[in-house]
Design a protein around this ligand. Structure first.
Ligand SMILES: Nc1ncnc2c1ncn2[C@@H]1O[C@H](COP(=O)(O)OP(=O)(O)O)[C@@H](O)[C@H]1O
Ligand SMILES: [Mg+2]
Length: 483
């Protein structure tokens, strides 16, 4: 807008100046005759018998009515013998033109059309050059500085107004956009609250919804709000369906394990019974019955483990109480002593220097955590049985209980062969076990560490393992009862 109006203004001013210039030029061209007529009687006459303008110093255009200040006039007689030039300055005093200025004006094509010309020292002019019937050249020029001044002023005003307009528009736009988009903030806030909800576990209920006033389908923001609500509803029902099917699977495993316990107990019982019969059984039959009994025993422990895991998965409440980890460790090591006579067992308790379990128990300070005693005992039993079963005879196993900051830390360390490399990344997964053939024979199920992990996690603790050969360490951290 600014450029267009500036160009238009400039064009129209130029047209006005050109019009002024034409009439000034006409007046100037007619001047010699009129002046000639008014010249004194004794003025000399030229070659053609006409009287020559007498003054010499004052060119004919000056002083003519209507000729404005700043108008430049040049008169050159047909034979080039006389050149008169000058202009009226701001004080209406006649000023001579310099040679350079004169040359610039006389260079113009005498076609009667206004052209722009730069006069050295005076600036830019619009000039018209005409040749009279007698052959005299008359050049008239008016300054364009008035145009430039006006246009410059106009541009300054325009810039100022435009800047002001931009500022006002920016402020208004900001205020309006903010106000219009406020509902979007509320939609975003809803999305943020949902993203902070724990959706990954257990029963999922998403009560958050975009408020009804922000779900008007007539506005774009309302459409976003309504779409988000639809999506939340969809996610909620999908998560609920998933949770239901998980629950079903879990219940099925739990029920199946439970149902298997009774027939397994019968199988074990009958196998024992057959072995105790006084009748002479062939050796093969006795051996077969022994296998039946031992496999039934193995299957029983597998079923028990699966049942326990299913219960832990279901988030069955722990039977919480204050548990002294130090006492648990003493018991567990004492049991391990009996079960693993080929291993060396050590116990490190806070405040107890002695390795002898009984004395250690007497000296040790209690390390109390809130937990389910039965389950925590199982953690220790599983870790110690691993240290016994998966290491060669003569391995030293160190069980330590310590207070570290706000937590109780239980460590089971052995100097056995370490955790097999391919197993490390999925050690706590179900049915993850090392050397399959050897372990199966040893009654390995691969559920022991999965149970340990589930129990520790249910207690709000963590379990870490460092499986370096020669220093395999399982570290269980549990929050203290009274930190
Ligand atoms: N202290 C340990 N030293 C070496 N290997 C171990 C140790 N503890 C566990 N492992 C490896 O981790 C596997 C998984 O252990 P676990 O979950 O208790 O199952 P399981 O004892 O029934 O095999 C074991 O099969 C064994 O290969
Ligand atoms: Mg085990």
């Amino acid at each position: 807008m600014g450029v267009a109006s500036t160009v238009a203004l400039r064009g129209s001013l130029l047209t006005q100046v050109d019009e002024r210039l034409r009439s000034a030029s006409e007046r100037a061209a007619a001047a010699p005759d009129r002046l000639g007529q008014g010249a004194p009687e004794d003025a000399p006459t030229g070659a053609d018998g006409e009287r020559v303008f007498p003054g010499g110093a004052v060119p004919p255009a000056f002083g003519l009515p209507g000729q404005s200040v700043g108008t430049v006039s040049v008169f050159e007689s047909a034979d080039g013998s006389s050149v008169q030039s000058g202009y009226l300055d701001d004080d209406a005093v006649v000023q001579e033109l310099t040679d350079a200025q004169l040359a610039a004006l006389l260079d113009l094509t005498p076609d009667g059309e206004p052209t722009s010309v730069t006069l050295p020292g005076l600036g830019t002019y619009r000039a018209v050059s005409v040749v009279s019937d007698r052959g005299d050249t008359s050049v008239t020029a008016v300054p364009v500085s008035t145009i430039t001044d006006t246009v410059d002023e106009f541009v300054v005003v325009e810039i100022a107004v435009a800047a002001l307009g931009l500022v006002v528009a920016a402020v208004l736009a900001t205020v309006l956009v903010r106000r219009e988009l406020r509902p979007l903030d509320r939609v975003a806030a809803t999305a943020t609250r949902v993203s902070e909800m724990p959706l990954s576990r257990g029963e999922v209920d998403i009560p958050e919804r975009v408020p009804a006033r922000d779900t008007d389908p007539a506005t774009e923001v309302g459409q976003v709000g309504a779409a988000l609500n639809r999506m939340l509803g969809h996610v909620e029902s999908a998560l609920t369906a998933r949770h239901e099917s998980e629950t079903q699977v879990r219940r099925f495993v739990a029920d199946a394990s439970h149902e298997l316990r009774t027939p397994l107990a019968s199988i074990r019982g009958y196998a024992e019974l057959v072995q105790r019969l006084p009748a002479d059984l062939p050796d093969d039959a006795v051996r077969a019955m022994g296998r039946v009994e031992s496999e039934a025993r193995r299957m029983t422990s597998l079923v028990e483990d699966m049942l326990l895991l299913a219960r832990l998965d279901a988030g069955r409440d722990l039977d919480l109480g204050e548990v002294d980890l130090a006492a648990l460790a003493v018991d567990a090591v004492a049991d391990a002593h009996v079960a693993g006579r080929d291993h060396v067992w050590r116990l490190e308790l806070p405040g107890a220097a002695d390795d002898d379990p009984e004395e250690a128990e007497a000296e040790a300070e209690p390390v109390e955590v809130v937990g389910d005693e039965h389950r925590l005992r199982q953690v220790l039993v599983n870790l110690l049985s691993n240290a016994r079963v998966h290491t060669p005879p003569g391995t030293t196993v160190v069980v330590s209980v310590a207070l570290e900051g706000p937590a109780a830390v239980l460590r089971v360390r052995d100097d056995g062969p370490g955790i097999p490399e391919p197993l490390r990344s999925r050690l706590f997964e179900r049915f993850a076990r090392g050397d399959e053939s050897r372990n199966r024979a040893a009654g390995s199920t691969g559920l022991g560490l999965a149970i340990v992990h589930a129990v520790v996690t249910a207690h709000g603790g963590t379990i870490d393992v460092d499986g370096t050969p020669g220093a395999t360490t399982f570290t269980v951290t549990l929050p203290l009862a009274t930190p």
